[in-house]
Design a protein around this ligand. Structure first.
Ligand code: UT7
Length: 325
């Protein structure tokens, strides 16, 4: 018995922020941001909004499209590092907003790799026979943790949520293989000391200095490309498939140059690579499920296709899931 994604959904905060708007209060330019990252705009969470509500909206879409009720779920697993509170978990908040009770709901903290990690955990539990229907969510609001005076990080991040409903199923479709990796010794390449989005958002003081996201971009860039190339090769090997047979790569949307470099090293044609970083920026754990949801909506995913998901983020963490659609 394996697991298969039967439906997805996504939801975003109300406010879109363009590069031109950032230019007004930061020493940056649309030209720099686009040429170095591919980002044109991103959505940012504002005071009065709730990431839990946004994640619940994405979840409801996935649940409705799956043709089930929230009460049919056996578990909720959320990849996030933006829980509104230090505790309860973000998954418990989504659970209560969905009107579900008594099923396990828990978070997986793997930063930008959160969804890839959560999907792997869900698949493994379903193979063990623990659950039959699982909601997997990726949700983050890293814009609430940036130092808005630090142009090296502030232009990169956007907020949002994506969700997928997995059902356990016999047969050859679904999650074929997953691989997860971490390297704690590189933690200082990307970190954030602050916790609890609710506290950050409701505070009048925007995050500055020590609490804000810290990133060593150029070092991280090199490791991200190498790690994602390696894990994609390894997961393909584990699943017993050739990379040439992959129909679509839906990778973490941190930087268009990273996505293209990984594809080039893998020898995957650019038309097989899904990119939407231009419209959302880096939404951390939400980026893979948002991209997958859009790829499905745009008719880029067909029955029988091999779809590769991959991500790399703070921890460092990285990983990949190979799916037969
Ligand atoms: O989500 C987890 C995974 N995330 C990643 O893997 C991110 C990996 N890193 C990156 O994507 C890139 O390193 C960045 C987009 C963060 C930065 O791009 P870069 O080409 O590596 O730029 P850099 O940091 O080497 O900076 C080059 C120049 C510097 O100026 P000087 O020192 O050469 O005069 C920066 O100060 O660009 C400057 N710069 C900017 N200029 C205008 C940095 N940020 C900006 C900015 N606007 N926003």
């Amino acid at each position: 018995m394996g697991s298969r994604i039967v439906a997805t959904g996504r939801a975003l905060p109300r406010t879109a922020v363009s590069n031109q708007e950032l230019q007004r209060f930061m020493d940056t330019s649309d030209e720099w941001i686009k040429s170095r990252t591919g980002i044109g705009t991103r959505y940012t969470l504002r005071s009065g909004e709730s990431l839990a509500e946004i994640a619940t909206a994405a979840s409801r879409t996935a649940i409705d499209r799956a043709g089930i009720k929230a009460t049919d779920l056996d578990a909720i697993i959320v990849g996030t590092v933006s829980s509104e509170y230090t505790f309860p978990s973000f998954a418990c908040q989504i659970q209560t907003q969905l009107g579900v009770d008594s099923i396990p709901a828990f978070d997986v903290a793997a930063a930008c790799s959160g969804f890839v990690y959560a999907l792997s955990v869900a698949d493994t539990s379903m193979r063990a026979g623990d659950f039959r229907r699982v909601l997997v969510v990726g949700a983050d609001a890293l814009s609430t943790f940036v130092d808005w005076t630090d142009r090296r990080t502030a232009v990169l991040f956007g907020d949002g949520a994506g969700a997928a409903v997995l059902v356990s199923e016999p047969g050859t479709r679904g999650v074929l293989a997953s691989l997860l990796r971490s390297s704690g010794r590189h933690w200082e390449l990307l970190s954030c000391r602050a916790t609890g989005v609710r506290g950050t958002l409701d505070s009048e003081v925007r995050r500055e200095s020590e609490d804000a996201i810290k990133m060593k971009g150029p070092e991280l860039f090199k490791i991200a490309v190498k790690s994602m190339e390696e894990v994609c090769r390894q997961v393909a090997k584990r699943a017993g498939i050739e990379l040439d047979d992959v129909s679509l790569v839906v990778g973490h949307q941190a930087n268009r140059r990273i996505i293209n470099a990984v594809a080039e090293r893998l020898g995957v044609a650019f038309e097989k690579v899904f990119i939407n970083v231009d419209r959302y920026g880096n939404t951390s754990a939400a980026s893979v499920p948002i991209a997958l949801d859009e790829a499905i909506e745009q008719g880029r995913v067909h029955d029988g296709d091999l779809v590769m998901l991959n991500a790399c983020g703070g921890g460092l963490t990285w990983g990949a899931n190979l799916l037969r659609w």
